[in-house]
Write a protein that binds this ligand. Structure first.
Ligand SMILES: C[S@@+](CC[C@H](N)C(=O)[O-])C[C@H]1O[C@@H](n2cnc3c(N)ncnc32)[C@H](O)[C@@H]1O
Length: 224
């Protein structure tokens, strides 16, 4: 029997493959986000990270990060990401050396995601926290974050009502889309103009559309 025929068949467990691959890619790229992803695959096998980290989701979040840098600068004391899911955008912002960010707090109404977001962003220590909360009930006026990010606008029933909870002048980054076919998308918009109308921001610093294969993502950066 040769060495080759004595080898074990490759494992069919995708978690094991993905864990090995992401650890290797993290070592090669030096990315704390990819290292966090490897930890999530090992520790939270139930988490739908393949969906949160698919190339379209990543493209939309890189677009948010780069546009934010270009139009709002590099320094932020405190950023809140609401509907933040597994904390992928938080990880992208915190590991990007172009920015100087004090803290990022990611919150989501789903009690199953904070532990995953915490594992994903453990490398950032106290600069990251994840909580379970309804975005309509957060204390925006008391704690005054420098920036509130909501890339889940298509998932909430009353965007204008939520924005009304924020103190006037708060800087926001908002994303929505025209992917009406997805049943959890309860608030899609047909165009960038419709998104601007829906949000009714007092000042718009950036407005753009990013076409994807099945839908177009819209983004606004501005002030309430
Ligand atoms: C599928 S995910 C994120 C999709 C989005 N395109 C993204 O990646 O940013 C939408 C998230 O919004 C959260 N969500 C929906 N309504 C919310 C609310 N009222 N407060 C906080 N989070 C909410 C859901 O629990 C979910 O994790």
């Amino acid at each position: 029997m040769t060495d080759a025929t004595r080898q074990q068949p490759p494992s069919t467990d995708w978690h094991e493959h993905a864990h090995d691959l992401t650890r290797g890619i993290a070592a090669y790229s030096g990315s704390s986000l990819v290292a966090g992803l490897a930890k999530v695959i090992a520790k939270h096998p139930e988490a739908d990270v393949g969906n949160a980290f698919n190339h379209k989701q990543v493209a939309c979040k890189m677009w948010a990060r780069d546009s934010l840098h270009d139009c709002a600068g590099r320094r932020f004391g405190e950023i809140w990401i609401v509907g933040g899911w597994y904390g992928v955008l938080a990880g992208m912002l915190l590991e990007d050396e172009r920015f100087e960010i004090g803290r990022v707090e990611s919150s989501d109404i789903d009690p199953g995601v904070a532990a995953v977001a915490t594992t994903l962003n453990r490398a950032h220590g106290d600069r990251f926290s994840a909580t379970t909360a309804d975005m309509y009930g957060l204390d925006y006026a008391g704690r005054r974050p420098d920036l509130v990010i909501n890339t889940s606008c298509e998932h909430i029933d009353d965007l204008r009502g939520w924005l009304a909870v924020l103190p006037s002048g708060t800087r926001v980054l908002l994303q929505s889309n025209d992917y009406f076919r997805e049943p959890t998308h309860i608030s899609c918009v047909a165009s960038l103009a419709a998104f601007r109308e829906q949000a009714g921001l007092s000042a718009v610093e950036f407005a753009g559309a990013l076409p994807q294969r099945r839908y177009t993502r819209f983004m606004l950066i501005g002030r309430v």
